[in-house]
Design a protein around this ligand. Sequence first.
Ligand code: SAM
Length: 315
Amino acid sequence: MAIIKYRQTALSQAATVIIIWKEYPNDFTMNKSDHRAGVLYIVATPIGNLGDISARALEVLKAVSLIAAEDTRHSRKLLAHYGIGTALQAVHEHNERNVTGRLLQKLSAGADIALISDAGTPLISDPGFHLVRSARQAGIRVVPVPGPSALIAALSVAGLPTDRFVFAGFLPVKQAARRQRLQGMVTEAATLVFYESSHRIVDCLADMATCLGGEREATLARELTKTFETVLTGSLGDLLECLQADSHQQKGEFVVMVQGAPPRDPAAIDTAAEQVLAVLLSELPLKQAAALAAKITGLSKNVLYEQGLKLKDKH
Ligand code: SAM
């Protein structure tokens, strides 16, 4: 394990950062001389409205030696809007692994680099994971410059519980895999948050209604911070009907948020649990069968014992 202390840099307010990284090589000597490795800044940019960029983000984007951007043509528009002429380098999902080595060399040589994505916060359903992980493993300081992210913006206006949420990103493209993923979330009690594009929004809502239940409350946040910003709340079934009836509502970028599963009634035994109990009862004494069934189903042992008594009476 290595513990490395960094001095304050021009762009950072933090006086000292201590990084502990178990895999760090033992022969690291950065702080033995005056040489300072560069800093990798992870900078959030707007998700639509160009005004949604922080003063600090602009300052960092101006000051760094290089901006690593998902799509340089796209980002050039944002940078031109703010009169920023910093050099750009493309870092996207297809070349991230190849360019990481070169970026780390530049950082090690003292260059500060900013990573941005097309919109929102890099690494959130966007490239950057490999670069950030490699940089941290190499002892490079990685500094967040926080700002917009569609998932947080959407949750903040959804009116659904936000004390716990599960960010599930994009669902699989193929229907069978998508349904399987959704089935795995049926009992999740936290609010579920998904990203979706216009191509699949109707199919996704239809599969959500099928797998999670058409009556579940959900909020659809479309084109946040843009001209056609729309936030709709209703049951999954209602939202599906609404989009099917109006093709305009299918356009743009979406965050879909679905209410978590209602708390399970500890006294309720579903058919599957009853089947488990019945099988165990056919082989074991009631007390043991109830205890094992409780372990398997997560239901109360006492409730299963009572149910076991009823089953025995029936036979
Ligand atoms: N890194 C971004 C972030 O922090 O939000 C997300 C990038 S991901 C490739 C793009 C997806 O984010 C879109 O398909 C959509 O689901 C969601 N998204 C991005 N901008 C949005 C907006 N203005 N309104 C609603 N959803 C948006």
